[in-house]
Each structure stands twice: as C-alpha cells, then as structure tokens.
Design a protein around this ligand. Structure first.
Ligand code: ADP
Ligand code: MG
Length: 212
C-alpha cells in the first residue's frame, strides 16, 4: 500500500482542472439544454482556482487537510453558480476526513470519496432520482465502498465507482429534475443528461486515472 501525500493531491487537482478545461464546452452545451449554459465555465473556473491555490502551498508546511480546505475556499470564491457551494462542501468534508494525517492511505481515499458524495448530498439536499450530480456521486460512493469492503485495491474500487457513477449519470436522461434550475422545465428535461452528473463522472474518472 502506498501512502498518498500532498504533492500527489496537488497533481490530482491539476488533473481535474485539465479535464474540466477540455470538457468545458460539452458541459456548457448540456447545461444549455436544461439550464443556463454555464456549468462548464463554473467547473473549469472552480477547479482551475483550486489547482492553482494548492500548487502555491508550501510543500513543507501543507498537510492533506490544508490542501483540501484551500481547494474548497478557492472553488467557492471562484464559482457563483450552484455547483460552487456543493463542491466546496465536498472538499471541506475531504479535509475533515484527512484531519491530523500527514498522508493518506487507500482506506482514507475511499473514505474521502464517500465524504465527497455525502457533502454534496448534505449541502444540496437532493436525493437519488432528482436529476442532479447526486445521481452520479451517490451510487459511485456506494459501489466504491462496497468494493473496498470486499478487499479490492483502491484502483479497482475507483474503477467500480466510476462505472456506477457513469450508469447513474446516464440514468438522469430518464429523470425529471426536482432540484436546481432545470426543475422548472418539468418533463421537457426528459431525454437530456444532467450536466452536474456529467461533470461528476469526469471528476470520478480523474480519481480513477490518478490512482491507477
Ligand atoms: P447553476 O444551476 O446555478 O447555473 P451549475 O450550472 O454550475 O449551477 O450547476 C448545475 C448543476 O448543479 C445541475 O446540473 C445539478 O447537477 C447540480 N445541482 C443543482 N442543484 C443541486 C442540488 N440541490 N443538489 C445537488 N446538485 C444540484
Ligand atoms: Mg448553470
């Protein structure tokens, strides 16, 4: 088992920021259909700000909690859309899981993955089936945890989580939104994937790729 330190977390944020930049247009297009077309911009701005802020942390002084808390603050300051407080809460929860640890174990990473999902759910009060990013995050976290309980290594747990998250995002196409901007559309939202669920799959795939 390898321990995950602050430098590795910094490069995880750089990876997510890169993914959001390259998928920005697709996320804006998805949001354009059932929202206000800014989701790609929000996610790119948020993770770019987070990646930049954590990169600037002193490697000698920063622990994983400081990395996640710094990312949370920067994300919140950079994003005016509803994804801002949702991901900021996810990142703060990751910081709380890391508290007092100089580096993170595979079990800690699984815990952090669950804390992300729980933070988003607690903050936005959305349940599975309401056509939000929770439809990707919640099943991903459950599947990841279940895989870990069966003794699978972190990389496989994240791969299982990604598969469940992608299936959850796909399922949002058949949902009517009950939370967020698209809830005003009623059944006109049918047939379209929720942009927040789509970006959640991207974030999860960055986790998977990073810990391969
Ligand atoms: P805004 O709707 O303010 O423009 P974004 O476009 O950045 O914000 O994000 C939209 C996404 O936010 C939606 O696709 C949905 O996944 C997610 N979302 C909105 N409200 C909630 C909520 N209460 N709980 C979880 N996710 C939500
Ligand atoms: Mg939007």
């Amino acid at each position: 088992m390898t321990m995950i330190g602050t430098e590795e977390l910094k490069s995880l944020f750089a990876r997510i920021a890169e993914a959001m930049a390259s998928e920005k247009d697709r996320l804006c297009e998805l949001d354009g259909v059932i929202g206000d077309a800014d989701h790609g911009i929000a996610m790119e701005l948020g993770f770019a700000a987070a990646a930049k802020a954590v990169l600037e942390l002193d490697p000698m002084a920063a622990d994983p909690t400081l990395v996640f808390n710094t990312a949370a603050k920067s994300f919140l300051n950079a994003v005016g859309a509803s994804s801002g407080p949702l991901y900021a809460t996810a990142l703060m929860r990751a910081g709380a899981v890391s508290k007092g640890k100089a580096s993170l174990s595979d079990d800690d990473m699984v815990e952090i993955f669950s804390a992300f999902a729980k933070g988003i759910q607690d903050r936005g009060k959305a349940e599975v089936g309401e056509k939000t990013m929770v439809d990707a995050w919640a099943p991903a976290a459950v599947a990841c945890r279940a895989a870990r309980d069966q003794g699978l290594p972190l990389a496989e747990c994240l791969a299982v989580g990604l598969k469940a998250g992608a299936a959850g995002a796909e399922a949002t196409k058949d949902m009517i939104a009950a939370k967020g901007r698209s809830s005003r559309l009623g059944d006109r939202a049918l047939g379209h994937m929720d942009p927040g669920a789509a970006s959640a799959v991207l974030v999860i795939s960055c986790f998977r790729d990073h810990f391969k």
